[in-house]
Design a protein around this ligand. Structure first.
Ligand code: ADP
Length: 242
């Protein structure tokens, strides 16, 4: 079932076309890699889906709702979640409190009690292997631990779709494998569509994706099942050609 649909979406910054007539569909529970070199429009695309920017042209549908011009704070409760490349936790709050805040306010506009939110946080902390850090201030975590926390905060909001901004960049390959396996498992259990932004062809991430969408200079170049996309000569050319 189609969860998110972009129909001929264009976003310009002055004379620059950052996203150029992109149409795409993401299904419920699907794991999709958004690939493209630096400057190809990946971040702008995420910003259009999460409502940071509105497109000049085209439409964005989430389930049956036209969200093209819906402000971001109304999109999160619909189930559109996002992690940022640079994690932004509340530094002086603990890991547990940071995740609990996500649980408290995210869920389709239904607020959870403090106790119930803490319970959600504890379950996620265990699954994310952050138990030893549960009561530490988020600001004291290592960069990798902050990324795990960022993913925990996003998952606590029970998204239907999770947009991951280079969430795994800079991670050790074995940590990436573990993270991807974890995300796939939790996404499968909770039927979350995962959309992972990947600047470089990261086979660890893409190996688990069902399909890959390749952007080049703001336009969609390829949209195909993963193996087919990775073997497409145009994709190789985009990366070799810079
Ligand atoms: P990517 O995430 O693939 O690196 P971006 O979406 O960040 O690509 O950028 C696409 C293009 O849009 C780039 O040329 C970038 O300089 C431009 N761009 C992105 N955001 C802005 C902005 N807020 N103002 C002006 N230009 C922008």
């Amino acid at each position: 079932m189609t969860l998110l649909q972009l129909d001929n979406v264009t976003k310009r910054f002055g004379g620059l076309v950052a996203v150029d007539g992109v149409s795409l569909e993401i299904d419920t529970g699907q794991f999709v890699g958004i690939v493209g070199p630096n400057g190809s429009g990946k971040t702008t695309l995420f910003n259009l889906i999460s409502g940071v920017f509105f497109p000049e042209e085209g439409h964005i549908l989430f389930e049956d709702t036209d969200i093209t011009r819906m402000p971001p704070f109304k999109r999160a409760p619909l189930g559109i979640g996002r992690t940022f490349q640079i994690p932004r936790p509340f530094s002086s709050e603990t890991v547990r409190e940071n995740i609990a805040v996500g649980a408290m306010f995210g869920r389709m506009g239904k607020e959870l009690s403090v106790d119930a939110s803490m319970e959600v946080a504890d379950q996620l902390i265990e699954r994310l292997d952050l138990t030893a850090h549960r009561d530490k201030a988020a600001g004291t975590l290592t960069p990798i631990e902050k990324k795990m926390l960022e993913i925990g905060r996003a998952l606590a909001m029970k998204p239907k779709i999770l947009l991951m901004d280079e969430a795994m960049a800079g991670m050790h390959p074995s940590d990436i494998d573990q993270m991807v396996a974890f995300l796939k498992q939790i996404a499968g259990e909770e039927n979350i569509a995962l959309v992972a932004m990947v600047e470089h062809i990261m086979r660890a991430v893409l190996g688990m994706a069902e399909k890959v969408i390749v952007l080049h200079q703001g336009a969609k170049l390829v949209d195909a099942p993963t193996q087919e996309a990775l073997n497409d000569p145009r994709v190789v050319e985009v990366y070799l050609g810079g």
